[in-house]
Design a protein around this ligand. Structure first.
Ligand SMILES: [Zn+2]
Length: 140
């Protein structure tokens, strides 16, 4: 028996722009920023709208459904924390609401991911109980 433990990817480090986003993830909710000026949505959360530079922003829930825009399979861990999960899929997911997110595709069939696959958000627990949004292929 090995006494080595499998390394765990790190917990997110919230900042003033993202704190409410991460608090929502902990409740299994995906929030997007919506501009009160131009109405457009964006991700990741910023303190200025990247479309019109307004600082008047709101939060709006996402359904957490989207499609794979592009992806790659990681065969080498970028840091030792990720060594326990190679190979794994890093994808760009276009949410139905519009914003594009980078996340992992997880699940037993993750390595079968193809561009255009429908995906649905799920939440991965990290150290300290925080949760990171990831996606699973949606077969429904
Ligand atoms: Zn705007």
């Amino acid at each position: 028996m090995s006494s080595q433990t499998v390394p765990t990817p790190p917990a997110p480090i919230p900042n003033a722009d993202s704190r409410l986003f991460w608090e929502a993830c902990a409740r299994d909710e995906l929030l997007l920023r919506q501009c009160k000026g131009c109405g457009k949505l964006h991700y990741p959360p910023r303190y200025l709208c990247p479309h019109c530079w307004s600082d008047s922003l709101d939060w709006t829930p996402s359904m957490g459904k989207g499609a794979v825009y592009s992806f790659t399979v990681m065969h080498r861990a970028p840091t030792p924390d990720f060594a326990g999960r190679v190979p794994y899929v890093v994808a760009l997911v276009d949410l139905e609401e519009g914003p594009r997110m980078m996340a992992n595709i997880v699940g037993d069939d993750a390595l079968d991911t193809e561009v255009g696959d429908r995906v649905r958000v799920c939440y991965e627990v990290r150290p300290g109980g925080s949760k990171v949004p990831q996606f699973k292929r949606d077969k429904s």
